[in-house]
Design a protein around this ligand. Structure first.
Ligand code: MG
Length: 171
């Protein structure tokens, strides 16, 4: 098994919505970003890449690359899932926490889970989404931006004989 963690933060700027987990959520501000600024997906991508020891999202999708201007971040997540499978791993579970004072994420959590599970090629019960404020403290508390934290567990797909008995028992 491999574990990975990822963090992403974006500042709020001009605009009328934010994109979180591929869901467009109305907000008095937008996010300052080269891509669509989807913090949930960026944190999740970094967690997967971290578990695979493949560097970070900036290395795979550089902000200097014009291809990614305004890009739908779900493209990044699908590529990270592909890298995971290419290296012989499958997703055990992913857990993502979103931190912001506004907008409210909870009403969109099921839609976010559905998007992430579709891109990861797993079931929704393998993807957890949580949202919190920072009690008006710090940059998120002042409404200056949004942050996301993600952890993933990747499980190696073993062939018959080399299979870990502890994993085989559950499948
Ligand atoms: Mg980002």
């Amino acid at each position: 098994m491999r574990i990975g963690q990822g963090i992403d933060i974006h500042a709020f700027g001009p605009g009328d919505h934010v994109v979180v987990g591929g869901v467009r959520i109305a907000h008095a501000r937008g996010v300052v970003a080269h891509s669509d600024g989807d913090v949930a997906i960026h944190a999740l991508c970094d967690a997967i890449l971290g578990a695979l020891a493949l560097g970070d999202i900036g290395r795979h999708f550089p902000p200097s690359d014009e291809r990614w201007r305004g890009a739908n971040s779900r493209i990044f997540l699908r590529r990270c899932a592909e890298l995971m499978r290419e290296r012989g791993f499958t997703l055990g579970n992913a857990d993502v926490s979103i931190v912001c004072e506004a907008p409210k994420i909870a009403p969109h959590a099921d839609a976010v889970r559905a998007n992430l599970a579709a891109d990861l090629g797993c079931t929704v019960d393998q993807v957890g989404i949580k949202a919190t404020t920072s009690e008006k403290l710090g940059f998120s508390g002042r409404g200056e931006g949004i942050a996301a934290f993600a952890v993933v567990l990747l499980v190696a797909r073993h062939s018959g004989e080399s299979r870990n008995p502890a994993l085989a028992r559950d499948s």
